[in-house]
Design a protein around this ligand. Structure first.
Ligand SMILES: [Ca+2]
Length: 419
C-alpha cells in the first residue's frame, strides 16, 4: 500500500466508498508528553470491556454468537497504528497537479485499457443492467485498489473495533463493525481474509461494511457477495451503489471549460449550481470554443488549482462520485481517468507553473492573518474547509483579487505583508 507516494495511498485508501464525513475535531481524549492525544482504546482493560459491549450490541442486532466469537478470537488489543493514522493530519496540502499526476498516470491509463478489454464482456453486461459505463467502473477499481493489487493489509474487524472504542467517531465505527460481522455471518466471508484500509474499507473497490451490506450484489450467483475474489460481484456491486446514488446512464461526470476574462470566480464552487444557459450567459465555453451542451440539469464549476488552473463543468454524475468520496480532487481524478481509459481526451490544460505545496503550518499562519484582517472568525486549525475558503474570498474581494477562495503561495505572501 506504500507503493505510490505514501500520502496519496493513504488518502485514497481512507477515502473509500461512502465513508461518512470525517469529524476532524479531537475531543475528550488525554494528551501525552509530546502533546499527542492518547486514546482510551489503547488501554487494554478498557478495550476488552469495550469489545464485550460491541459484541453484545452486534448479537442484539442479529449476528449469531458463534460468528462474533470466531471473528474476535485472535483480537486481544487495539491497533495503535490505526489510532495514529486516524489522528494524523497531512503535512502538505495535495495539489491538483500532483494528485492527478499520481492517480491518472500513463501506467494506470494503460492498465485500465487492458482491464477494459480483458473484462469487456462482463462490464457490458453490468452496464446493461445498472447503466454505469465500463470505463467508470474500471476507474473506481483502478483508483481504489490499483485494479486489485493494493487492497490494504489491516485486519478489518480489529481496525473497526479499535476505532469503535476510540472516542472520535465511536458510534459510526460501532455500526460499521456490526455490518462487517453481518457480512461474515451471512455472506460467509472468512474473517481471516477480511483485510483492508486502516479505516475499515476492504476489497477491490474499498467498500465500507455498511456500503457493502446495503448495496453489494451476488452477480456470479455462488450464494455469497464477495468483494475480494469475485470481479462479477465487485463490478455489479459498485454499479448498483452508483445507480442507487443517482448515476445517469451514458453521461460523463465533468468536462473542462474555459472561463472568460472577468468571470466572477466566487461562482466557481461545487455547491453553486446553475443551468448551462446561465453559465453560457456568463461566457463559459467548452475548451474547443463550442457552447455548453443543452441539459435540463444544473451544473457547477470547479477550480481545483485556483483561477490560474483549469476549470471543469461538474455534471450531475459528479455529485454521485462525491457520494462515494467527498473530495473534488478524487471526483476529477475518476472523471479524467475514465475519459482517458475510454480513449477520449481527459484534459487539455497542462501545468504551466510549479510552486512548493502549502503545509498545515502555512495554513495556520494564513488563518491567523485572515483573522487579524477581520475575515476569519474561527480558531486556526490548519485545514482548508468551506469557512477558510469563504474567508479567503472575503479577503480577495476586499483586495480586488479574483475570488477563487484558493490558498496558494501568492496569497500566502500577500497575507504576510497585508496590513
Ligand atoms: Ca458471488
Amino acid at each position: 500500500m506504500m507503493r505510490l507516494s505514501a500520502l496519496l495511498s493513504l488518502v485514497l485508501l481512507s477515502g473509500c466508498a461512502a465513508q461518512a464525513q470525517q469529524n476532524t475535531t479531537i475531543t475528550g481524549s488525554g494528551i501525552d508528553a509530546s502533546g499527542q492525544p492518547v486514546s482510551a482504546a489503547l488501554d487494554e482493560s478498557a478495550f476488552r470491556a469495550c469489545v464485550l459491549n460491541l459484541q453484545s450490541n452486534a448479537m442484539a442486532r442479529g449476528i449469531p454468537q458463534n460468528v462474533v466469537q470466531h471473528a474476535f478470537a485472535t483480537i486481544t488489543t487495539a491497533d495503535a497504528r490505526v489510532i495514529e493514522l486516524d489522528r494524523r493530519q497531512p503535512e502538505f496540502l495535495l495539489s491538483f497537479w500532483r494528485y492527478v499526476g499520481n492517480s491518472v498516470s500513463e501506467d494506470r491509463i494503460a492498465k485500465g485499457r487492458q482491464m477494459l478489454a480483458q473484462h469487456g464482456q462482463l462490464l457490458r453486461r453490468v452496464q446493461a443492467q445498472y447503466g454505469v459505463q465500463p470505463e467508470v467502473l474500471v476507474s473506481f477499481w483502478g483508483l481504489e485498489s490499483n485494479f486489485g493489487a493494493i487492497m490494504g493489509d489491516f485486519p478489518t474487524i480489529r481496525s473497526l473495533a479499535t476505532l469503535a472504542c476510540d472516542e472520535r467517531r465511536a458510534a459510526f465505527f460501532a455500526n460499521e463493525l456490526t455490518e462487517a460481522l453481518r457480512m461474515i455471518a451471512f455472506d460467509r466471508i472468512d474473517p481471516a481474509i477480511m483485510r483492508g484500509s486502516w479505516a475499515g474499507a476492504f476489497g477491490n473497490t474499498q467498500f465500507m461494511p455498511s456500503t457493502f451490506t446495503g448495496n453489494a450484489v451476488d452477480y456470479d450467483g455462488d450464494g455469497r457477495r464477495d468483494m475480494f475474489r469475485s470481479l462479477p460481484d465487485v463490478f455489479a456491486s459498485s454499479a448498483n451503489f452508483l445507480q442507487k446514488s443517482g448515476w445517469r446512464a451514458g453521461e460523463g461526470a465533468s468536462y473542462e471549460v474555459i472561463l472568460p476574462q472577468g468571470f466572477p470566480h466566487d461562482q466557481a464552487d461545487p455547491s453553486i449550481e446553475k443551468t448551462n444557459a446561465e453559465w453560457s450567459a456568463l461566457g463559459v465555453r467548452r475548451v474547443d470554443g463550442q457552447p455548453l451542451g443543452a441539459t435540463d440539469q444544473k451544473t457547477a464549476i470547479g477550480l481545483p488549482a485556483g483561477h490560474r488552473g483549469p476549470a471543469f463543468l461538474l455534471l450531475p454524475n459528479f455529485k454521485v462520485i462525491m457520494r462515494w468520496n467527498r473530495s473534488l480532487l478524487y471526483g476529477l481524478a475518476i472523471s479524467i481517468l475514465s475519459e482517458r481509459i475510454a480513449g477520449r481526451a481527459g484534459m487539455s490544460a497542462v501545468q504551466s507553473w510549479d510552486e512548493p505545496p502549502l503545509s498545515a503550518t502555512d495554513i495556520v499562519e494564513m488563518q491567523d492573518a485572515l483573522r487579524r484582517l477581520g475575515h476569519y472568525p474561527d480558531p486556526s486549525d490548519g485545514l482548508v474547509g468551506p469557512k477558510t475558503r469563504a474567508a479567503i474570498r472575503s479577503y480577495q474581494a476586499a483586495s480586488g483579487l479574483p475570488q477563487d477562495g484558493f490558498p496558494d503561495q501568492d496569497l500566502m505572501s500577500r497575507l504576510r505583508t497585508a496590513r
